[in-house]
Design a protein around this ligand. Sequence first.
Ligand code: AMP
Length: 516
Amino acid sequence: MTKTSQRAVGVDLGTTFSVIAYLDDLGRPQTLANAEGDKLTPSVLLFEDTSVVVGKEAVKAMATEMVHVAECAKRELGLRVYHKVLGGHQYPPEALQAWVLNKLRRDAQQQIGPFEKVVITVPAYFDEVRRKATQDAGYIAGFDVMDIINEPTAAAVAFGFQQGFLSPDSDGGERRRILVYDLGGGTFDVTVMEVGGHEFRALATDGDVQLGGRDWDQRLVDYVCEEFIRQFGLDPREDPNTQGRLWRECEDAKRTLSARQRASIACDYQGHAVRVEVTRELFLDITRDLLDRTAFTTRQTLQAAGLEWKDIDRVLLVGGSTRMPAVSDMLQEMSGMVPDRSISPDEAVASGAALHAGLLLSRFAGQSPAFNIRNVNSHSLGVVATDAKTRRPRNAILIPRNTPLPVTAKRVFKTQKHGQKSILVQIVEGESASPDDCSQLGKCTVRDLPPDLPAQTPIEVRFHYKENGRLTVMVNVQGTDKELRHEITRENSLSQDQLDTWRHYISGLPPAASAP
Ligand code: AMP
C-alpha cells in the first residue's frame, strides 16, 4: 500500500455544511479546503440537466432554481426517498449525502492524493437506521468507511488533542468531565464525557435530530412572512424561489445578530417589498422555545449521567449555531461556568474524526493506540414481544439507553411448533413500551433451524451492539454451538446491488470488497 492510501481522513457530514480533515505528516489534524477554496462545503445539491453541483453554487441557485435544489438530506436519512422530486427522480437520502461526500473526496484527493479510508461522524443521537444509511452514503461515494463516530465524541477528541492529552509523553492528564453541547445546522446533541488517561468515555447522551440552526432561520422567515401578509395579504412562502432567497437573507441576518444588536431583512414578492428590522431581543423572543428545548435536554443528560453541574469541569461548545450569544448566555446561567470556545466549532468534529482515523490506521498496523473511545448507546434496543397478560405487542428492551458499548444482550425465543424451519425476530429502537412508537430497525429471520426440532426448543438470539452504534445479531440453538444463518432486513435500506449501482453512478467506482 502506498503512503497516500494510508492517509487518515475524517469527515463531518453536516446537515447544512460538511468538512473534511486529514492528519498531516506530524499527526496534526488539518482542514482541507474544497475546490472553491472554502473549508466549509454547504451540503446543498443542484440538479442541473445531467450533472449535480454540490456546495456554494447550489446555495446560490436556491434563489432562482429552488425546484432543482436539495438540502438538509441528513434530516431524512432513514426514509426511503428524499421528499422532493429532482429532475423527474426521487432519490434515496443516502445517495444525496453521497454526492456531498463524493465532492469532498474528489476535492481532497486533488490536494493529498488518493485515499479511500475514512471516518465519518454522526450525531450521537442518530439511531441505528440513520447510522447504517450514513455508512452506505460513504460507500456510494467511493470511500472505505472504517468507522462512524459520534460528533460530540469527535469534538472531545479534538479538544483533547489541542490540550495535549494525546501526546505520547503525556500521562493523558487528570480525569475531567466535559459537557459537549453541539448545536449544528440541523441537529442538536448533548453528551457528557469523561476525558483523561488517554480515554474518552461517554457517560450519557441525548439530543434531537430535528433541531438546529435551520429552525432558527425558519423563525425569521416566518416572522418576515407574517409581516408581509399583514401589509399585502400575500405569503412569500408560496413561491419556492422567493422562499429560498428569503431563507438566505434570514440566515445572513441571524449571523449578523450574533455580532450586532440589530439586523434588517429585505423581502420582495409580486411587486411588493418590505424591510423588516429585527433586534437581538426580538430574535431571542421568537426562538426562545427552541433554546429552552436544548436547555431541557442538557439538564436531562446531566441527570442521566448521575451528575450535577458542580461535577462538570468544562462546557464545550461545538457546531456553528453555538455562535449565537443566547446559547452561551443560557449555558453560563445554567452551569455557572463560562463555556469553552477554544476549539473551532466548525472544524473540531472533522479534526476529531481524522484523529480517530489515524488511531484506527495505527491499530491496523499493529501499533498500540494513542487513546481509547468508550461510547454509550443513545436509544434503547429491544424486540417485539407479546405481553403475557394483555396479549398485545410490546417493546421488550434488551439494551437500555446509555449502556456502555460494546455490549451483548441475549434473549431466548422458543419454537412454536414441531419441525419449525425459521423464526422471525422484530427489532425496535426507542423508549416507548409500544412498538408502534419506536423506530423499526428491521426484521431478523433465523433460518436453517435443525430438522425435526421439537416445539418449545429454546433459540438464543444475541444482539451485539458495537462501539459505533451498529448492530449485529448472532443466533444459536441453545445447548449447541451451531451458529444459525440469519439476515436483518431493513425496510428503507438499500440492497447491496442498489448500493453498487449508486456507487457506480455517483462516484464512477466499481463495487468494493469492503462493502458496508
Ligand atoms: P454546522 O453544522 O456546525 O456547520 O453549523 C451550521 C449552522 O451554524 C448553520 O445553521 C449556520 O447558520 C449556523 N451559524 C454559523 N455561523 C453562525 C453565526 N455567526 N451565528 C449564528 N449561527 C451561525
